[in-house]
Design a protein around this ligand. Sequence first.
Ligand SMILES: *[C@@H]1O[C@H](CO)[C@@H](O)[C@H](O)[C@H]1NC(C)=O
Ligand SMILES: *[C@@H]1O[C@H](CO)[C@@H](O)[C@H](O)[C@H]1NC(C)=O
Length: 243
Amino acid sequence: MMMKTGTRPPPLIYGILALAVLSRWAMTDPDPLQDYCIANTTSSSSSMTMNEIPCINPASATASHFATSALSKPGNTGNRFGFNVTLANTANLPGLNTMGLTLARVDIAPQGVVPPHSHPRASEVTTCLKGYIHVGFVDASNRLYTQILRPGDSFVFPRGLIHYLYNSDYRTPALAMSGLNSQNPGTQIASLATFASNPEIPEQVLEKAFKITGQDIARIHNNLGGSWMEFSSQDDKSLLGRI
Ligand SMILES: *[C@@H]1O[C@H](CO)[C@@H](O)[C@H](O)[C@H]1NC(C)=O
Ligand SMILES: *[C@@H]1O[C@H](CO)[C@@H](O)[C@H](O)[C@H]1NC(C)=O
């Protein structure tokens, strides 16, 4: 016998489905199974990859494993975008391993920009410490949320959404600190992922997607040239380009 076309599952089913979807969205890094798991950054795992970094023997733990001065110095902002991100992560703060955390120092030169980018594995909260920072993110309906942060002001960039930070001042460098809820948030800079990938996205695809010509593409390639190397990284051992 055929099901009546108007038949619907009871509302409870929708509730359970919605909960399943929401809890999936809320997921961050896996929960730790120990008080701490200080990263053994020298351990070589050539034949396998793991979701986290192996721990040292807990008997060898010291307070210094939980401390770093990595964020005390400004990064060099003399690159084509005028920003630098310095991370406190498992490479320089091994006690962070399995905690689902990354901290970032963001230096932005006058007129510098952290170009539109996203973190596939983390939400971010950023606090302006110096200067004025114009921040914004675009949600999945393409609505822009934007603010100007003064020292002490904070702003949230939801996980996976495209966002940017811009120092519109002509003289004063800006400084922000960001916390991210993953030990390996990942970063995709939209312009580089699109126009400076390796290998490149086929020209016909870019022409059609952006309604531009091969000349336009060549100019953009040229302007961004080489930046995919400068700003790319996959894993949490590198200190470059994850924001
Ligand atoms: C780190 O891993 C290496 C290689 O597996 C091991 O020899 C070393 O003892 C480990 N270090 C600590 C402090 O546990
Ligand atoms: C960020 O600053 C560090 C330290 O000055 C420098 O080694 C690195 O090349 C800079 N990164 C970029 C992308 O400019």
